[in-house]
Ligand binder design. Structure first.
Ligand SMILES: [Zn+2]
Length: 403
């Protein structure tokens, strides 16, 4: 009988030390997992946080070394993707130092320099707007309702300091959801970041659009993506240089867009990693794995590193790649943290995770921390024993069944 738990090699498979931006990588496997792992370049666990609830979905380190975690507790909006109901800050030792409870949270958050936080919320649309909507699969509303997306800026007292509602700026004629996706959300949004002047930038997945919002007026001042054949992208992030990085999943990618002559068809078969100049709309860097190994229909992230490399998270495969501007893969890590999907789906396993974040050795939140891998060698050993145990259980059951 073939291994059922370990179907491919895990841990660090490629590591070109000279060309990597060495540091520590943070990630949180999805589903019922409740852990955030911090690993070094050799795949050693150097720290972890165990939370009360699974992620919903992002988590990031703050400059003080604390972890900000979006959690999927018992009060989430059932039926809406990537719902969360708690935003929690815990210190290095996992002690909760701040929290914000809200059943309408989802996907992502962005901490501003002044400590305020931009959050994404689902809000039920006014009925007269819902009636005008086009696109999406009819009948896939949530109990008959469609939700809009609100950005809210909160201070540390949990008070709202600024709000932006997408339905006040969208036009039902112009802003049309993908015909293959559900209708439970209009303007389904999966990431938020800000430009240097404070303008938010959103990844509006099912409209294949990156949108810049003017913080002062609320106007949508820039839209990029439909003409560039984005396919339900994730993680639109502002780099140190003011450019944008995008994980372009490729799901439901339009092959024919009026007015677009797209000769290069390689992106039709895989996900793309992109860096884009928001001033000109030019694609500055594009990576499609030559073997089409990076394909994730959901989630995904790409981060531009200080040395110019890019760290990508192929979420579906639970695999990270560090890639140079010349498109050489210099680090590849496959998560060993397997998540078992319920047996009725055929004992399948996944390494699914939302994003990966790299922090350099000079990151102030890691200064003075004990990052010795010896502290956590037992984590991987324990993991291996659990996998052995699961395989033994399956082997015994198959034997009993006469296999
Ligand atoms: Zn779609």
């Amino acid at each position: 009988m073939a291994n059922y738990t370990r179907q491919m090699p895990s841990d660090v498979l490629i590591h070109n030390e000279l060309k990597c931006y060495s540091g520590y990588t943070l990630f949180a496997p999805s589903f019922q997992n409740r852990m955030a792992w911090l690993i070094d370049m050799r795949g050693n666990v150097v720290h972890f946080w165990e939370m009360e609830h699974p992620p919903g979905l992002n988590c990031k380190l703050l400059p003080n070394g604390n972890l900000m975690w979006l959690g999927r507790g018992p009060h989430i909006m059932q039926g809406l993707n990537a719902s969360a109901d708690e935003l929690i800050e815990v210190d290095w030792d996992g002690k909760e130092v701040w929290r914000y409870d809200d059943p309408y949270l989802h996907h992502d958050f962005h901490v501003l320099d002044n400590g305020h936080i931009l959050i994404l919320r689902h809000v039920k649309l006014p009925v007269q707007i819902q009636k005008k909507l086009r696109g999406g699969v009819p009948g896939t509303e949530l109990n008959g309702h469609t939700y809009g997306v609100q950005i809210r800026e909160i201070n540390r007292a949990g008070q709202s300091r600024w709000e932006w509602n997408n339905w006040e700026h969208f036009d039902p004629e112009q802003h049309v959801e993908c015909p293959f996706c559900d209708r439970e959300v209009w303007g389904y949004t999966n990431s938020i970041d800000t430009f240097a002047n404070g303008d938010p930038v959103l990844s509006v997945r099912r409209m294949n659009s990156v949108m810049r919002i003017c913080k002062k007026t609320g106007a949508i001042t820039w839209v990029w993506g439909p003409e560039q054949l984005l396919g339900h992208q994730h993680d639109v992030s502002v780099t140190e240089q003011g450019t944008l990085t995008i994980f372009d999943n490729g799901l439901h990618r339009r092959i024919h867009t009026p007015g677009v002559d797209h000769n290069d068809t390689s992106c039709f078969h895989a996900s793309r990693l992109l860096e884009v100049d928001p001033d000109t709309g030019t694609i500055l860097w594009e990576y499609i794995d030559p073997m089409h190994l990076i394909i994730s229909n959901f989630c995904g992230s790409v981060q531009k590193l200080p040395n110019g490399n890019y760290l990508a998270c192929d979420s579906a495969a639970g695999t990270f790649y560090e890639i140079t501007p010349e498109k050489e893969v210099v680090w590849k890590y496959v998560s060993p943290f397997l998540l078992r999907i319920p047996e009725k789906f055929g004992w399948s396993i996944t390494r699914l995770m939302f994003q990966a974040h790299r922090y350099g050795p000079d990151f102030e939140g890691l200064a003075g921390r004990d990052l010795s891998p010896e502290n956590y060698e037992w984590v991987i050993q324990k993991r291996g024993k659990e996998d052995d145990h699961q395989e033994e259980l399956v082997r015994r059951r198959l034997e009993m069944a006469g296999y």
